[in-house]
Design a protein around this ligand. Sequence first.
Ligand SMILES: C[S@@+](CC[C@H](N)C(=O)[O-])C[C@H]1O[C@@H](n2cnc3c(N)ncnc32)[C@H](O)[C@@H]1O
Length: 381
Amino acid sequence: MLEELQHAESISKITASDPLTKSEYFRVSLRPYLRKGAICFQAEMYKGAQVFHRNVELTNLPQWVEQNLWGKYKQLLVVATDREITYLTSTKGKVTRIERKKEAKIVLRGNDRRKNYIINEGDDVPALVDLGVFTRDGKVVGGMYDKFKQINRFAEILDDVFKNHRGKLTLLDFGCGKSYLTFIVYHYLTKVRNIDAEIIGYDLKADVVANCNALAAKYGYDKLRFAVADVSEPLDVGNVDAVLSLHACDTATDYALYFAVTHNVPYIFSVPCCQHEINNTVVKGNGDLDVLLKYGIVKERVCALLTDSIRAMLLEDAGYKVDVMEFVDLAHSPKNIILRCVRTGKKSSQNAAKIKELADRYKFDQTLYRLLNGDASARKE
Ligand SMILES: C[S@@+](CC[C@H](N)C(=O)[O-])C[C@H]1O[C@@H](n2cnc3c(N)ncnc32)[C@H](O)[C@@H]1O
């Protein structure tokens, strides 16, 4: 067997070309490849205009080459870090080995080079273990990867704004649910950035809130607390620096935004979800929008986007600079728009007439619009 392959870690490339038989592949090339944190070899196998890929374990490399390449190609080139070996095989099976000294670097390719997230796999955040995001040995639990990406991205967007903050910071998380986001943000701001942050998470579910409070106590997170509350009702809190909502259901997002506007909260970070309200109430209005209301699935998506556009426009009129941005890749959540809002205090009515015209023509309900227009029936006292 090719003795140089016993030291697979010093191989930078293997190429087999010119097949002796009607081999499937006219050329095969193997290079070191980083996969799930471990080095393997990736084989690229060319057939016609197509290229096929296969990953080969480092320890399995000699057997793989023997089975798939040895004796099947006129030329087999093995490039090691300190030499190049060419095996020439004749049609009668005679093998000639040519070796020459030549240095080569190992270039590691791969699709999982470690990204620098706010919270990375292996970081010591014990609450995330209890919440079922990390395994005991710090790996992301299978099935939680999308949530891990979402909370990391959300925290990254917050970090852009608050990383140099001095003094106290109070954040409210509306519809916090199991509070993966709330815990990661608290951990990051207080433990990594050393900010004197207080966070309150609100949710309807008493059992979930009790569990979050128990976890906060367990880890000595003394300025992280959770309260059972319906966010459509008034909340009694003092000065607030930022309102957060991640996938707060349907109109719960509107109440979060309304709270921020009416309490002059400087920052809002809101990823809406389940925007059913317009979809459930809109009627055709003899206007351009009608073509988008004809098919159920299109109507549902258009109404969700219309909801978020109206929210952003209302917030602009209420004195916020609003960025409507992609939050995470669609693959990690179909609800992937974030409204990032900074209070400027410059109120206007530039969008009001447009929204009124649409709402009147298409007869839909939109809670933030109703709330900001003083519709008492939208408020629970
Ligand atoms: C889809 S979950 C999102 C939870 C969390 N923010 C996350 O992203 O993992 C929505 C949460 O909003 C809560 N919620 C819905 N309406 C609410 C309301 N009016 N007041 C308080 N919480 C509400 C639900 O109980 C639920 O836990």
